[in-house]
Design a protein around this ligand. Structure first.
Ligand code: ADP
Ligand code: ZN
Length: 209
């Protein structure tokens, strides 16, 4: 299945994606995770995007579109994919339509208060990218990933100043995609406020799985 996960930062797209991968059997492709890996590896891409991402701004469309185009051309993405964090602008959505036919767009509905609560406590595994939370989902051993033993840290762009910027960017640049895809008749909404097990149930229901 060719799916897009759309929603504000901190809506839980990445958390649901880990579960959805098992349900739909397609790879989870997160542009944010690809950028963070590039930053960790200090590649040319990583050096180019680090300051932009830390400030909560968007990487330019051309760079991002090229990255996704190459990723979707790989063998494991031919049957389907879960795109998380892309598209984030109307030009990105228009470009995507040129190289892939998206089946459904899952819109994560959550108020700003929920976003702030989640991002304020979010901790991420540096190695495997798994998301933890200081209150809702603590690692068993402090600062150590339950899944791979990697170091659990706070993303630079989860600091309060960057979070405000990301919410602004979401409202101005990404939220218009809700209407863009609704008009195409492929958007489905899920309530992203509950805990992940409940969201998994809604996810299956809205997709008829
Ligand atoms: P979140 O969904 O929590 O905001 P992501 O991990 O999806 O975080 O993205 C982190 C950062 O990576 C974004 O704030 C942005 O700077 C950059 N980024 C990710 N995807 C895109 C995209 N499609 N276009 C431009 N920048 C992006
Ligand atoms: Zn890990």
């Amino acid at each position: 299945m060719k799916l897009i996960f759309l929603g504000p930062p901190g809506a839980g797209k990445g958390t649901l994606a880990v579960r959805a991968v098992e349900i739909v059997g397609c790879p989870h492709i997160s542009t944010g995770a690809i950028f963070r890996e590039a930053i960790a590896a200090q590649s040319a891409l990583g050096l180019k995007v680090k300051a932009i991402i830390d400030a909560g701004k968007l990487v330019d469309d051309d760079t991002t579109i090229e990255l996704v185009k190459e990723r979707l051309a790989q063998a494991d993405a031919q049957k389907g994919y879960i795109l998380d964090g892309f598209p984030r602008t109307i030009p990105q959505a228009q470009a995507l339509a040129q190289f892939s036919v998206v089946e459904k767009v899952v819109n994560f509905d959550i108020p700003d208060s929920g976003v702030l609560e989640r991002l304020g406590g979010r901790r991420v595994c540096r190695k495997c990218g798994y998301n933890f939370h200081t209150v809702f989902n603590k690692p068993k051993v402090a600062d150590v990933c339950d899944h791979c033993g990697g170091e659990v840290y706070t993303r630079d762009d989860d600091r309060p100043e960057a979070v405000q910027k990301r919410l602004e960017v979401y409202r101005a640049q990404t939220a218009p995609l809700i209407d863009f895809y609704r008009q195409q008749g492929i958007l489905v909404d899920i309530d992203a406020s509950p805990m992940v097990d409940e969201i998994v149930v809604s996810f299956k229901r809205v997709l008829g799985l």
